[in-house]
Write a protein that binds this ligand. Structure first.
Ligand code: Z5A
Ligand code: MG
Length: 212
């Protein structure tokens, strides 16, 4: 644990299946928090700009095939390589609003049939979010949103398996939101819970104990 001499930022994560509105809400939240004068930054996983991230990008765009276990470890390594920078920003008082995290890592790999505990293991000990918003979208509503794209995983049967794994991973600290509602309604709820979280955790130590 890292003990604090000044206020730290909050570590806020949005998770959910494809098309559930994560990126839409992450952007709205960051803009709103900036308007309110908070020090805030948007972060997204995978972080495609690093060397590991570019291998992941090629995999997702079907440019390259990678063994299921190897790509799982690359997604995890991509989070680990960002940890020290994220930690520094949080300790500098910057709130991070993060689009997908280790829960996506486990949900997509376990949906391929990999053992759930094995999938969790490389991410054990990452920073634990202060709050996870889970965007809960029915598969019918997901299909209405722009159809599925060209990236790997964007296929209905696979998405059902991902949904089931997310349900299995859910813990009582998650805020499960009905993602079928209007963008603005969801935004208001996320904003209000985020502001409470920022206040609540400002003097608490960072936790580096995910799944420990
Ligand atoms: N992946 C993995 O396997 N392992 C890992 O460790 C990690 C990720 C971190 C890339 O993700 C892939 O990587 C992903 C998981 C895997 N696999 N897939 N497929 P990505 O995050 O880069 O994917 P994306 O391109 O950002 O899409 P997305 O996340 O699926 O979408 P979203 O961010 O949840 O939704 P959105 O872009 O905000 O909205 C989708 C559409 O719906 C858009 O037209 C919006 O205008 C509309 N929308 C949004 N909200 C609403 C509401 N409330 N009502 C109606 N319409 C709405
Ligand atoms: Mg997105």
């Amino acid at each position: 644990m890292t003990f604090l001499e000044k206020s730290r930022g909050a570590f806020i994560v949005l998770e959910g299946c494809d098309r559930s509105g994560k990126s839409t809400q992450v952007k709205l939240l960051v803009n709103r928090l900036e308007q309110l004068g908070h020090n805030v930054m948007l972060w997204k996983f995978p972080e495609r700009k690093t060397q590991i991230g570019s291998m992941i990008d090629e995999y997702l765009k079907n440019v390259k095939d990678v063994d299921d276990k190897a790509i799982h470890l690359l997604f995890s390594a991509n989070r680990w390589e960002c940890m020290s920078e994220m930690k520094k920003k949080l300790l500098d008082g910057i709130t991070l609003v993060v689009d997908r995290y280790a829960y996506s890592g486990v949900a997509y790999s376990a949906a391929k049939g990999l053992d759930l505990e094995w999938c969790k293991s490389p991410d054990i000990g990452l920073l634990t979010p202060d709050i996870v918003f889970f965007m809960n979208l029915t598969s019918e509503e997901a299909e209405k949103r722009f159809g599925f794209g060209n990236e790997r995983y964007e296929e209905k049967a696979f998405q059902e398996k991902v949904r089931n794994t997310f349900n299995f991973l859910k813990d009582p600290t998650w805020k499960v939101l009905n993602a079928c509602r209007a963008v603005e309604k969801l935004h208001k709820e996320i904003e209000s819970l985020s502001l409470k979280t920022i206040q609540k955790c400002s003097n608490l130590p960072l936790k580096e104990d995910l799944w420990k």
